[in-house]
Design a protein. Structure first.
Length: 290
């Protein structure tokens, strides 16, 4: 299986843009608090693995200039076409990789990657060190498997357990190493080399690792219905790879996405239009360029 399913010509960057989750404002505030407290500037932000520009557009509210970088020219085209008029002039998109970041040496104030760094090779840290100015920040954040919050339904814990088991069983042959790293809350993500004098201490934060827990705040959540839930699921790499290998079964009872939706309906009695709350496990890794 190809490592970069998102660059596949059959993959819809438009659907990815429409249905992927948006990171909460509080995440950007936490990143900026770390960045600002250690002398970070607000000039140029570089967003790696930018896809159709979800994080890049958010960063443009906080930085003078944002360059989004992605290896998929299709993603870059969609990001460029969808740039809001109010952000044109502040946003630029380039085809490129994390291992060879296409910006000048020492020009970036922050490098971000939203649910993307698990696809980078460990050598990408050398590229980051080259383009970041001293005092610059790397902020890597990623969502894990979504879960139904405790206030979404009395059987939320059962739904989470059974839906996850069903999906993982159906998609296990379509999982890749990067997917596994993201689902582990980035615990296996390669960190910058220590004792080189280039990088400061790593600040690692994790929210809702085990799903919903009584009394624990859900850091990142959104409301949706089952139609939207299925559309979201189909933007995931493992689901996309299953669909490409089983095109005649997409939308049938053999489709894992349809099976999960049917399971949820059976447990809850929800219709396609019932609105519920979904939360996400979220990891954040931040480190300063010395």
């Amino acid at each position: 299986m190809a490592e970069n399913s998102f660059a596949d010509p059959n993959f819809s960057a438009e659907k990815y843009k429409a249905h992927r989750p948006k990171y909460p404002e509080r995440l950007y505030n936490d990143i900026l608090a770390f960045h600002d407290s250690q002398g970070g500037q607000r000039g140029l932000a570089v967003d790696l693995g930018c896809g159709p520009g979800i994080v890049s557009e958010a960063l443009a509210l906080y930085f003078d200039k944002v360059i989004g970088v992605d290896p998929s020219s299709v993603m870059i085209d969609v990001a460029s076409k969808c740039t809001p008029d109010t952000l044109r002039g502040k946003l630029e998109y380039k085809t490129g990789s994390a291992e060879d970041i296409p910006v000048g040496a020492g020009t970036a104030d922050i490098i971000t990657a939203g649910t993307a760094a698990h696809w980078f090779s460990p050598e990408w840290w050398s590229s980051a060190a080259k383009v970041l100015r001293p005092g610059g920040t790397v902020a890597l954040f990623a969502t894990a498997i979504p879960f139904y919050t405790l206030n979404s339904h009395p059987e939320a814990l059962r739904i989470n357990k059974e839906a996850r088991e069903l999906a993982m069983s159906a998609l296990k042959d379509y999982m890749q190493k990067g997917n596994q790293v993201a689902m582990s809350m980035s615990s296996e993500l390669p960190l910058p080399p220590a004792d080189t004098g280039i990088w400061g201490p790593v600040d690692r934060r994790v929210w809702n690792k085990g799903g919903p827990v009584e009394g624990e705040e859900v850091y990142m959540s959104e409301k949706m219905n089952l139609v939207e839930m299925k559309a979201r699921a189909r933007t995931g790499g493992p689901t996309y790879r299953w669909e490409e290998a089983n095109r005649a079964k997409v939308g049938t009872p053999e489709d894992p996405t349809e099976q999960v939706a049917a399971l949820i309906k059976q447990i809850t009695g929800w219709s396609d239009e019932t609105v519920f709350e979904v939360g996400y496990g979220l990891s954040l890794i931040m480190v300063k360029r010395l």
